[in-house]
Design a protein around this ligand. Structure first.
Ligand SMILES: Nc1ncnc2c1ncn2[C@@H]1O[C@H](COP(=O)(O)OP(=O)(O)O)[C@@H](O)[C@H]1O
Ligand SMILES: [Mg+2]
Length: 333
């Protein structure tokens, strides 16, 4: 990242030392320490990520990062460079999954604040994203977990159920895995707007719940904290989006593994194991006897109107591939 760093040094008018931050799987992130004690974060955007459709186009990401800063949830943007951002350094602790499970109320508050802020410059639908990833898998002959296509009928049923009583779209992050939350005192801040776009707020919550492995009761607590009411239809909406998060982000890892092999090798991260783990959780939840009830609750219809999917025996391994050896480390996409 020499060019962006040189530009920051010139802008700051003083020596600046760069320390890479290990963590993210997509871009190059570094802490910058200026001679006078000021500290910033440099985010140099890798164009290969958006070219592979693993993120929104870079100009949209930059625009949304500026809008998220206006809401007070994202870091302030100190300088915008063609392919890099100089960001406020958030002096706090990056969350892990147990921390996200322990903090549903402050996390819901951070989401409400982001969602009440300025609209983003693009829209986002997890269903359209899933279709794009499937196209990419077909075009480039990328491996998906065995039996993946068997779940698409149920995904379409989820989309129809959610569309029966839609919620207004709000500016969503859409990728709230634990490492994108930073706790600064009592407040939670949110970084990394790589997949941001206006969307159903229930996807935001379902995605948080999926990434931090919430059980149904904790998911209900997150929905209650966000919506301010204990409504079975809203909780079911979040739980169906939890399933869509696992199903769709399975392919994020499959596409990353297939199209960005060089980056993947450098990241020392087991992408195939991550894809398989997410897929297994999607299968688990779609095969759960309570699944039909979620669809009914979202539609606000009488129990029993949904016909459950025939149970399958999918293992979740990627086709023509030895069974992956579990999750490599906590996910940091
Ligand atoms: N503004 C910031 N202040 C402090 N730490 C940050 C900031 N932005 C990112 N980080 C740290 O760097 C990690 C990776 O950054 P992130 O923007 O999520 O990159 P990636 O797109 O590669 O996931 C985060 O999990 C967090 O620990
Ligand atoms: Mg990140």
């Amino acid at each position: 990242m020499p060019d962006a760093l040189a530009e920051v040094r010139e802008w700051a008018g003083q020596p600046v030392v760069e320390t890479p931050i290990k963590g993210g799987l997509s871009h190059r992130i570094a802490r910058l320490d200026a001679a006078d004690g000021q500290r910033w974060v440099l985010r140099v955007l890798d164009p290969r990520v958006s070219e592979a459709e693993l993120g929104i186009p870079l100009d949209l990401e930059i625009a949304n990062t500026l809008l998220a800063a206006e809401s007070g949830v994202g870091p302030r943007v100190l300088r915008r460079m063609p392919d890099a951002l100089l960001l406020e350094y958030l002096d706090g602790s990056t969350l892990d999954a147990p921390a996200v499970r322990a903090l549903p109320a402050p996390i819901a508050a951070a989401c409400r604040k982001l969602h009440a802020g300025p609209r983003f410059v693009n829209d986002f639908s997890v269903f359209r994203k899933l279709e794009r990833f499937l196209d990419l898998c077909h075009t480039h002959q990328l491996r998906k977990p065995d039996g993946y296509e068997d779940l698409l009928g149920t995904a379409a049923e989820i989309e129809r159920a959610l569309a029966a009583r839609p919620l207004p779209a709000v500016p969503c992050h859409n990728d709230l895995l634990p490492a994108n939350f930073i706790r600064c005192g009592a407040e939670i801040r949110i970084v990394d707007y790589q997949l941001s776009g206006n969307n159903d707020p229930a996807f935001e919550l379902g995605d948080i719940a999926a990434e931090a492995d919430y059980d149904p009761e904790l998911t209900r607590g997150l929905a209650r904290a966000y919506f301010g009411e204990d409504d079975p239809g809203l909780t079911a909406r979040v739980r169906l989006n939890l399933i869509m998060s696992n199903l769709t982000w399975t392919l994020w890892f499959a596409v990353h593994h297939g199209l960005l092999a060089e980056q993947a090798a450098a990241a020392d991260f087991n992408y195939e194991a991550e894809a398989a783990g997410k897929f297994e959780r999607a299968v688990r939840d779609m095969d759960d006897p309570g699944f039909g009830r979620l669809v009914d609750d979202v539609r606000g219809s009488h129990p029993g109107s949904f016909t459950p999917r025939k149970k399958r025996t999918t293992q979740g391994g990627l086709s023509d591939q030895a069974s992956p050896a579990g999750r490599g480390r906590e996910e940091t996409r």
